[in-house]
Design a protein around this ligand. Structure first.
Ligand SMILES: [Zn+2]
Ligand SMILES: [Zn+2]
Length: 317
């Protein structure tokens, strides 16, 4: 059994691009007690590899967080196998909003301490006392009510490309920093209905319990996250109150929800939806950069990276 990918990234990419069958991009998570995460990882990896499943999966003693690309012809086998494992019975799948078959090029499964890095000490508060789950249509209705405050629980590079139109979007790079920041921004809003949302719902589970632990009473979370919300409003012919793009953690980077372009070039401030990684490899930071600035800065995110990038290029010639 091989628990790592034996071919390099470029080859993997080419292989998936050459495939002639359809793939289904989906995600699921569950907070559930997993006694032996390593054993479970090994078992799932072996079977999923035999089905040509790709994706990124985190397994921990506290549960599983999985983002996958499953060949359509193997989907039934995949689903049946997963659902016969008692702890994953009927775990809900969230399907991509926009799927181009090329979300993942490898199967990576890691055993982690936590399935979401939140920096919280779980024994310090009741993680099961979560906020009330709202289905997409109820959330849709409540978003504009005067006693509502909507909070985006994602990072700044996610909310800058798309968000609920009236959401508070804390300017943070990761979820760990998000939690203390949210307490700050909600300080004077204790009497409001607090509506939390994230991509698929996983971050709101801990965040809502943590807010309740900090004395907030009316805490709600969008069940199934942005993904489920967009599917539901489309299905019911409603106008989406989430505008722009849904950021995703795979090769696609984002899924278009509405035509609005919310993001701006980090260099010159012009409206731009070009998400690129900094050309200076050790940095690799994802940033928004317009075509013109990209040309001038060779795709680097700032002057320092450009200088370092130039040095590296000079040495390789
Ligand atoms: Zn620019
Ligand atoms: Zn950089």
């Amino acid at each position: 059994m091989f628990l790592y990918n034996r071919v390099n990234k470029k080859e993997l990419r080419e292989k998936v691009k050459a495939e002639t069958f359809k793939r289904i991009t989906l995600s699921f998570y569950r907070y559930v007690n997993i006694e032996h995460p390593v054993n479970l990882r090994d078992e799932l990896y072996a079977y999923w590899q035999s089905l040509n499943v790709l994706g990124r999966i985190y397994v921990a003693k506290e549960g599983i967080n999985a983002q996958l690309s499953v060949p359509e012809h193997n989907f039934k086998a995949f689903e049946e196998h997963l659902y016969q494992i008692p702890i994953f019975k009927e775990v809900p799948f969230k399907y991509a909003i926009e799927d181009d078959n090329k979300s993942f090029f490898a199967l990576i499964m890691k055993v982690k301490k936590k399935i979401v890095a939140d920096g919280l000490k779980d024994d310090a508060f009741d993680t099961t006392n979560t906020g009330q789950r709202l289905d997409a249509l109820t959330f849709h209705k409540m978003v504009d009510e005067p006693e509502t405050v909507v909070v985006d629980m994602r990072n700044n590079y996610e909310s800058e490309v798309g968000r609920f139109y009236n959401a508070i979007c804390p300017d943070v790079k990761n979820f760990r920093d998000e939690l203390p920041k949210v307490l700050e921004v909600l300080e004077d809003k204790r009497d409001k209905n607090i509506l939390l949302y994230c991509t698929g719902g996983i971050r709101c589970e801990k965040a809502s319990a943590w807010l309740k632990h900090n004395g907030y009473e009316n805490v709600y979370q969008l069940h199934g996250g942005i993904i489920q919300y967009v599917h539901q409003v489309k299905k019911h012919g409603l106008e989406s109150k989430f505008i722009g793009k849904n950021f995703v953690f795979d090769e696609r980077l984002s899924e278009k929800v509405t035509d609005d372009i919310l993001s701006k070039c980090h260099c010159c401030g012009v409206v731009s939806e070009r998400q690129i990684n900094c050309s200076y490899e050790p940095c690799h930071t994802l940033h928004i950069q317009c075509e013109k600035c990209s040309e001038e800065r060779k795709g680097c995110c700032g002057d320092k990276c450009l200088a370092d990038y130039d040095k590296v290029m000079a040495n390789t010639i």
